[in-house]
Design a protein around this ligand. Sequence first.
Ligand SMILES: *Cc1c(COP(=O)(O)O)cnc(C)c1O
Length: 354
Amino acid sequence: MIRPRDDVALMEGYHSPQLDVRVRLNTNESPEPSPSAWVDEVAEAARRVQWHRYPDRGAVELRRAIGALHGVGPEQVFVANGSNEVLQTLLLTYGGPGRTAATWEPTYALHAHIARITGTAVAQGERAADFSIDTDEVLRVVEEARPSLAFLCSPNNPTGMVDDAATVAATLELVAGVDGLLVVDEAYGQFAPWSALSLVGDEVPLVVTRTFSKTWSMAAARLGYLVGPEWVVAELDKVVLPYHLDALKQAAGVLALHHEAEMDARVARLVEERGRLVAALGELPVDVWPSGANFVLFRPRHLGGREVWQRLVDRSVLVRDCSSWPRLDGCLRVTIGTPDEDDAFIRALQEILT
Ligand SMILES: *Cc1c(COP(=O)(O)O)cnc(C)c1O
């Protein structure tokens, strides 16, 4: 019988259980539904699609609209089905057999996972004790592995930490020194006080990825993008499947950008709610890490993370069990929800821990 490639057969796959619970705080989605005006506009747009024709292969209108949002031209924007597909296309283009991608753990698991699926070797460095990026460790990994691609994630999933501009600039210099490409994953970029988008330029081997899934309340639409040098975007366009972005998705993305003010307001509400949730966690016997995103990492001091996770599920509250991440044994990650959802989470956790 046919078997998968040996390395694929050994892989674990991506595990994030989708359980049927009342309070879902496990995947960092927006707790608020998409703006209803946008939903109506998308329904209208569906009627105007020429469904018998292939969509605009270059997704030009969408790229232009995203470029305008960031003050760059459409030739500096690559769009795909979620930022995970952006990451995959980067790895298919610049990774592959004989090449290496570098990560600093603990970080977003799919950077290493997608790298391996594309046959790219992975060099995993370590973050510092407080989970910040240590540029000596970046230097060590870059010198040893000479990666084609290096991944930062800021704010970092699942720790919530934002890398500062000096750290990203120093990493960029080291990666550029071995002719590599630095990828800064800013899935939660709207929560951070600064963005690596300010470092993007045609001479700079840097791309910044973003997604509509989290801050834009559009996880179901599967839409993500990167901003980077034109010569990178041109290579990615060669690799990605033709017509990978369907016509309705392209229209939905353009329409979403008309609701930027609404998105900003949602981000502001979540930041306020995050403050409330962190304060409530501070009253409980858990360690909490400071977060610049829409989720918070914490570790119960006296009970195992897995046990607390299960007892939360028993109370119909789902959070993310981070035990399988390196160095996060016993840690849980909770997404900021609506005030009601967060109250339900805090009440359940109080019952379990006190
Ligand atoms: C959620 C997430 C993504 C993936 O987002 P999609 O656009 O939904 O594919 C990428 N990177 C990080 C760090 C994330 O947390």
